[in-house]
Design a protein around this ligand. Structure first.
Ligand code: PLP
Length: 423
């Protein structure tokens, strides 16, 4: 960490030596009124658009215009199997086997579908454990599942909390909760990378702890997919869900990913909601046959998917396929390490970084508390061309992403912050 240096020249030299630097040019970088690139640090919220997206989406628009319904079979990329074109690359990104992964629906929808299968409460084992600072949508989703099954949504919710005056969570505390009430907990749902603090959890350890107490374990990887090495298969988790519009750069509201561990792939008796897209592909269009469950994650699909969204995801995953997650996270660690180094020069009594400093406990995002700051600081940054993400009460989240952010971006971000604080 201390082998980083100060100064713009050093940032430019790091960019010069960055083997991934050409990728920035594969994305549209939003610009200010004068046509200057904004310093875009919110890839954790909405990833930038690859220049290839338009081409892939246009292809499907053209095929639809020219072929109509025949596009299902005759399009350059026949629509009928379109979601399959994404599976291998997506599996690679999240560290899963192809049979464990499918792209479908949106994130919260997938979370509910997974809970239909993996939250099967009984009178004595019905609680759901989440992080106390879970993403609101996840919290609302699990509360509604509790109510749906006739339980009280407060009594049934177990919160894994930080210790007094701390922000981060300790796995030891999770272990304590499980030792005390593990036999009442049906499901553990954790954000693999917490959206607020940026803490990346030990997924394997959490899964092992949960399974030891016979709880089902699922992860929301919205902030993990395309950001950190997830190794979902090896984690042993029962399921995982994630969106593709954050680090996976697939456009606002784009379809989401879903992982179901291989050991559940052929369980036909597992409770689930189904539709014609969960039915055997060979006989799907006979339309008269009794339901015949597709194996693997695909067997949780309901509908034929929106091809335009799949095309945008394909454009992004094709870029990921050129660069494996190892290469990407290597740059990411360096970029965020440099960011952390520069922030520390502003003084630890001014700036507090909530995110863990160990590279294996975080992705690219740093969550920063600035002493006495309010949203005004965030607004000033925006005015000066730095796009960050504000979370009440006092946290600025910045996510330098390895595909399109440069070391120069990080340097300028910290310089801008410094100039505002010096005012
Ligand atoms: C972004 C995010 C969501 C958003 O859910 P959608 O269903 O895509 O609107 C949910 N959970 C987490 C943890 C997120 O980071």
């Amino acid at each position: 960490m201390s082998n980083y240096k100060l100064g713009l020249d050093y940032a430019l030299a790091l960019d010069q030596n960055d083997t991934l630097r050409a990728y920035r040019n594969r994305f549209y970088i939003p610009k200010d009124k004068n046509g200057k690139d904004l310093i875009y640090m919110t890839g954790n919220s909405l990833g930038l658009q690859p220049k290839s997206t338009k081409i892939l989406v246009q292809q499907e628009l053209d095929d639809w215009a020219n072929l109509g319904v025949e596009g299902h079979f005759e399009a350059k990329n026949p629509w009928l199997n379109y979601h399959e074109y994404l599976t291998d690359n997506m599996a690679q990104i999240v560290g899963a086997k192809p049979i464990e992964v499918v792209v479908m629906n949106t994130l919260t929808t997938n979370l509910h579908l997974m809970m239909v299968s993996f939250y099967q409460p009984t009178k004595s084992r019905y609680k759901i454990l989440i992080e106390s600072d879970a993403f609101p949508s996840d919290k609302y989703a699990v509360e509604s599942q509790l109510r749906h099954h006739g339980f009280d949504d407060k009594e049934g919710l177990v919160l894994w909390k930080p210790r007094v005056n701390e922000e981060l969570l300790h796995c030891d505390d999770l272990e304590t909760i499980l030792n005390e009430q593990g036999d009442e907990i049906a499901l553990i749902l954790i954000g693999a990378v917490n959206y607020y603090t940026g803490q990346f959890f030990d997924l394997k350890r959490i899964t092992q702890l949960g399974h030891k107490h016979s709880c089902k374990v699922g992860f929301d990887c919205a902030h993990g997919a395309g950001n950190v090495t997830l190794n979902l298969h090896d984690s042993g988790a029962d399921f995982a869900v994630w969106c593709t519009y954050k680090y996976l750069n697939s456009g606002p509201g784009s379809l989401a990913g879903c992982f179901v561990h291989e050991r559940h792939a052929y369980k036909k008796d597992l409770n689930r909601f189904t539709g014609w897209w969960s039915h055997n592909k060979e006989t799907r269009f006979k339309m008269r046959d009794a339901f015949d469950q597709l194996p693997g994650a695909e067997g949780w699909q309901l509908s034929n998917p929106p091809i335009l969204s799949l095309a945008a995801i394909k454009a992004s995953l094709d870029i990921f396929a050129e660069v494996d997650m190892e290469q990407l996270t290597k740059k990411s660690e360096k970029l965020t390490g440099y960011f952390e180094f520069l922030l520390k020069t502003l003084g630890e009594d001014t700036i507090k970084i909530i995110t863990p400093s160990a590279p294996n406990e975080r992705g690219c995002q740093l969550s920063i508390q600035v002493k006495n700051a309010d949203k005004l600081l965030h607004n000033k940054l925006a005015k000066m061309g730095v796009v960050t993400d504000w979370r009440e009460p006092d946290v600025i989240r910045c996510a330098p992403t390895p595909f399109y952010n440069s070391f120069e971006d990080v340097y300028k971000l910290v310089e801008t912050l410094k100039s505002i604080l010096d005012e």
